[in-house]
Design a protein around this ligand. Sequence first.
Ligand SMILES: [Zn+2]
Length: 407
Amino acid sequence: MEVIKSVRFKYYENFDELFRDFREMIEFCIVKALESGITSYARLRKAIYEEWKRRWYPKYHTHYCHSACKIATAILRNFRKRKRRGLTKKEKPEVKRGFIRLEEMLFKFEGDKIRITTSPRSYITLRLIVGEYQKRFIDAWKRGELDIGEIIVKQDYIIVPFKRRVQPKTSNTVMTIDVNEEHVTYSVFDSSGGVMKTARLDIYKAKRIHEDYSKKREKIQRKLSKKPLKMRRILQKYSGREKRRIEDYLHKVSSIIISEAKKYNSKIVMENLKHIRESINKKNKRLRRRLNRWNFRKLQFFIEYKVKWSGLPVEYVNPRKTSILCPICGRKLKKSLNGQRLLRCEKCGLEFDRDVVATYNLYKRSQNVGSLRSPRTLPDEVLLIKEGGTGELLKVAEYYCLHLKPP
Ligand SMILES: [Zn+2]
């Protein structure tokens, strides 16, 4: 199984000429294809090759001809589809500015720079801006763990697809994960349904970051109410920063989950979030806005991609009622008087944390079993996840007193 992760890099250089020429090549290919009625890449290349060479060789390597033909045929395929559906009235498709796709032959990735071949023995070197995130991929590439696919160069960034051959692992435990606004709760089960561990990550910081930025936004709106253009620009800048901070934090949270999954060699089971969105939408509007902004999907996406990257299997199950049924007897749980996130089973006489319940029911649903061994009512450990990604271990009893005031 091959897993691809596309990573963006910003770069220092400016090379308008290559962008302009490449766009001309694609437009040339499109015109020729339309004139001659050719739709296949191979035939188009054959038909235009000599003329292309007269115009662009030796300034450009003949691989640019192949690349331009490939892109032109893809653009035309899309264009014809749109035309058939009546979505466009144009005679020929438009080619985007500032976009180059380069085959493996045309560049050499060197870690912090990329050397692009324009013609035989003539090169452009792009110096990449490497952040912490990008560096991890470069290091893995240097160790020989990753390959690189066709790169896409845009006017302000470059996309490098890192490829990894992943050997699917056979897991011997199951890890179920429940994600909500403030916590990620997971449980690990052995092969016979015994609970090995139940833990909670308190991701309080995500909410704090959102709150910080909504205060900032309000302030800007007040201050700049008479300068709407400036206000819009500044608000955009802030929302970009907010997004990056949240994503960075969620990346760190997902890494903690994955290192646990690797430790136990688990199959991952998560809720199918399509269902979650539906149930959220029924609740009030303010909550919905907050939750949507929270972007569970993003955290789940980070987890999923990291799980696949490591070769462990992932499964999604319908979470319907998973947080309100007793994981032991299956009866509907009632609200507890001892705290908002606690639920009580009248038959078993136990009080469970709501998210712990969800992880157990996810397990029962995914494995299609009726019972578990040694379930907990509260997590074994609670970790407060700081913005830097380190966890502070909290005393479970204190945590529940601290966070769960009686209603
Ligand atoms: Zn029960």
